[in-house]
Write a protein that binds this ligand. Structure first.
Ligand code: SF4
Ligand code: MG
Length: 290
């Protein structure tokens, strides 16, 4: 029986070998995530990783924590339920651009506006990988895919501008080609109290021949040192520079550690109503440490 805390990132690896293609950007996140767990001295026995469906949603298999591989697009409602049932758990949800913003797109704004105390890490490769190369919500306009052989006709959505608008209280972007920065951003996202969204640019060399590692190396740029992370409108403007100027920023766009979380608000309402006689609710109240 171990204590559940490990010194080195690779000790957090489960016995299940990753099934991703050689060169997949998701490997970069896996390594950075395990290193971040070691940096934070995370206990695998108090941690649950929740996912939907897709290449990236296989993530929980590969780590020694508890894990739940859900159904397509439903990582966030499942993660919300897990956190509410046991607020002491560290809960991290994983998914891809198709899983999170197409079939699961209805869940993202509500998790943002509730300020659920969760971390959501989305591996964005601008394509459906597992189902072999269909257009996704973040596919570039004009790109040929298996479902758009003459070029994608839709404007791609901007995940960062979207979650900022709906009220996520921590918003950051990392790139698989910069594992050092990604490791630090994962730690910051998990340490934040409230809903954290980390967009990870994670190229799919098998089905997306346009948005490659080389393409992103040429177009990503760390946010300037004087970027004000408390300025939401400034953060939205930086997010929109992707469309306006072709600059894809990485780093922390926005952070608000003061906004009450969903559980804070529920507990406040309960207290205002004169407390709670329900023993199950009392258990939750006692477990939630602000
Ligand atoms: Fe990664 Fe793409 Fe292969 Fe899926 S299909 S494992 S996203 S490289
Ligand atoms: Mg995808």
């Amino acid at each position: 029986m171990t204590t559940g805390v490990y010194e080195k990132g690779k000790q957090y690896k489960s016995e299940v070998p990753p099934t991703w293609c050689a060169g997949c950007g998701d490997f970069g996140l896996l390594n950075a995530f395990m290193n971040s767990l070691a940096d934070q001295e995370i206990n695998v026995n108090n941690t649950a990783l929740i996912s939907g469906i897709g290449c990236s949603s296989r993530f929980p298999f590969f780590i020694k924590t508890y894990g739940f591989h859900g159904v397509h697009g439903r990582a966030l409602p499942i993660a919300t339920g897990v956190k509410l049932a046991n607020p002491k758990l560290e809960v991290v949800a994983f998914g891809g651009d198709g899983d999170g913003f197409a079939i699961g797109g209805g869940h993202v704004p509500h998790t943002c506006r509730r300020n659920m105390d969760l971390t959501y890490i989305l591996m964005d490769n601008s394509i459906y990988g597992l189902t072999k190369g269909q257009m996704s919500p973040t596919t570039s306009m004009g790109m040929a895919t298996n479902t758009t052989p003459y070029g994608a006709p839709d404007n791609p959505m901007n995940p960062l501008a979207y979650v900022l608008t709906y009220g996520a209280t921590f918003v950051a972007q990392a790139f698989s080609g910069n594992p050092k920065q990604m490791r630090q951003l994962i730690t910051k996202a998990m340490q934040h109290r409230g809903f954290s969204y980390l967009n990870v640019i994670s190229p799919c060399p098998t089905f997306n021949k346009k948005d490659t590692f080389d393409h992103y190396k040429d177009h990503t740029e760390e946010l300037p040192a004087d970027h004000d992370t408390s300025d939401k409108f400034g953060a939205i403007k930086k997010a929109l520079e992707r469309e306006e100027h072709g600059i894809i920023h990485t780093g922390v766009f926005y952070e608000d550690a003061e906004k009450p979380t969903y559980l804070d608000k529920v507990l406040e309402t309960r207290a205002a109503a004169g407390g709670c006689e329900n023993p199950d609710m009392a258990k939750i109240i006692n477990a939630y440490k602000p």
